[in-house]
Design a protein around this ligand. Structure first.
Ligand code: FCB
Length: 445
């Protein structure tokens, strides 16, 4: 048994304790982008808000959030740059935006916080969207150029890069389900967008290493679990496997073996894609059960639903399933790379479930680490309540609560707990007792 206050589930030396944000979700004063144009159309955003103010980082309020991050013991933060701001017209660069990002990065470094910078997190400059955005093959080269420019401008302050956030989510929401701009419903376009993003990732990976050989580069993969509703049913198992293949396996295998599998392409091997990540980034939120259903040909005969009777976050956001994080980390072990949990979190507007979520998900990570999986850091989603895409501010994810009227920040109970965890370098017995007593017998003394 560990002495009082000392972690029972202790994390390795050098572990990165951080949270994640994205430019459009926190900055405010948006540039001309596809998202900014779309969200101003009445009815698009659930609570009627836009990202006009967001968390006012661009107006300088990032400093308050970074102070709070520091007080929570953060030694890492994942943030993104906004392509629309940096390159407002094709080939034209806004030097003042570069300077502002440099200021934010310096503010991080001066607080002992190591940045991970994402180059594309869902938002395209309007000029790019007008040319078809990621449906246009030429965007692969445009992104490569953009990457080079960003690395030349910020590389002295950044070592850890994340090329693209969640190609599968981006393509599915924007081009298959039609929930996000440009609201398309096309299977072929969806997989074209993913293919272009994977190849763009590969070229960006090579470009970054040319300019900055010591950089560490990866991408953030959103993996969702699909479990057969009746594990003894071969049809349910096949339906679950089909969903897993299309959503997870296609994007996961490509940056390892370089192969674009159907329906991305007919098993085409892209040389630049082979071994194109220095770490594997995992964004994990939830799982679905899948039952075979002849009435759902569009979903490959898989009906998806949340596990009945489970613990849930907010309506429609699915099951809280920490075991899934453990299972996915074990799955990622085969790539032989360091792993960062580049996002995990939950919408929880009154912060009532987040403390337990933190403890159970860190315990799941610890279990994987204890079994030899090289998990090197956590970027909790999110540092501060922010503009949650179509939900606006209706779904709050922050360790810091934001009053969107006054801009006032308050550290939540989960934020305070995050700080205690970092100070203890892990989960103490008292934390388990309080938040996850069911894990106590399972924890080796
Ligand atoms: C992820 C996104 C992130 C945020 C969280 C809740 O899929 O990368 O921007 O919206 O979900």
């Amino acid at each position: 048994m560990a002495p009082d206050g000392e972690a029972l589930l202790r994390f390795p030396e050098g572990f990165l304790w951080g949270s994640a944000t994205a430019a459009h979700q926190v900055e405010g004063q948006p540039a001309q982008s596809d998202w900014w144009t779309w969200e101003q159309i009445p009815g698009k955003i659930r609570d009627g808000n836009t990202a006009e103010r967001a968390c006012e980082w661009w107006a300088g309020r990032y400093a308050q959030d970074l102070d709070l991050a520091q007080s929570m013991g953060h030694n890492a933060l994942r943030l993104s740059v906004d392509w629309a701001r940096l390159e407002p017209q094709e080939g034209q660069w806004d030097q003042s935006a570069i300077e502002r990002y440099r200021e934010i990065l310096r503010a991080l470094r001066s607080r002992g916080i190591e940045p991970m910078v994402t180059l594309f997190h869902f938002v395209s400059p309007l000029w790019l969207a007008d040319k078809g955005g990621w449906t246009d093959e030429a965007t692969i080269r445009r992104f490569e150029k953009f990457t080079e420019r960003v690395v030349e401008s910020l590389g002295d302050l950044v070592n850890l890069w994340c090329t693209i956030n969640e190609p599968n989510v981006y393509a599915t929401y924007s081009y298959l389900l039609g929930i996000w701009p440009p609201e398309k419903h096309s299977f072929t376009t969806t997989f074209r967008v993913i293919r272009h993003q994977l190849v763009a990732h590969a070229l960006a990976y090579r470009a970054i290493h040319r300019l900055q050989p010591e950089a560490r580069v990866g991408l953030a993969q959103h993996l969702h679990l699909f479990d057969p509703w009746r594990p003894d049913s071969a049809l349910d198992r096949a339906a679950a496997r089909a969903q897993d293949y299309l959503f997870n396996e296609l994007v996961l295998s490509a940056p390892a073996d370089g192969i674009l599998r159907p329906p991305l392409a007919m098993n085409v091997k892209v040389p630049e894609l082979v071994d194109s990540q220095d770490y594997v980034g995992l964004n994990y939120y939830s799982r679905d059960m899948v039952a075979f259903d002849l009435r759902q040909p569009g979903m490959l005969f898989g009906r998806r639903f949340a596990m009945p009777g489970a613990e849930y976050s907010m309506d429609g956001w699915g099951e809280i399933y920490p075991e899934g994080l453990y299972r996915l980390l074990k799955r990622l072990e085969r790539y032989g790379k360091p792993i960062y949990v580049t996002e995990t979190g939950l919408p929880d507007n009154d912060d009532s479930k987040r403390p337990r979520f933190l403890v159970t998900h860190l315990a799941a990570m610890h279990r994987a680490i204890a079994q030899g999986v090289p998990v090197k850091g956590l970027y909790f989603w999110s540092l501060v309540d922010n503009f949650e895409w179509k939900e606006g501010f209706a779904a709050r994810f922050g360790l810091i609560a934001l009053d969107i009227t006054t801009g006032q920040r308050t550290l939540t109970a989960s934020g305070r707990l995050f700080g205690e965890i970092v100070r203890a370098r892990g989960i103490t017995e008292a934390m388990l007792h309080r938040y996850a007593p069911e894990l106590i017998e399972k924890t080796p003394a």
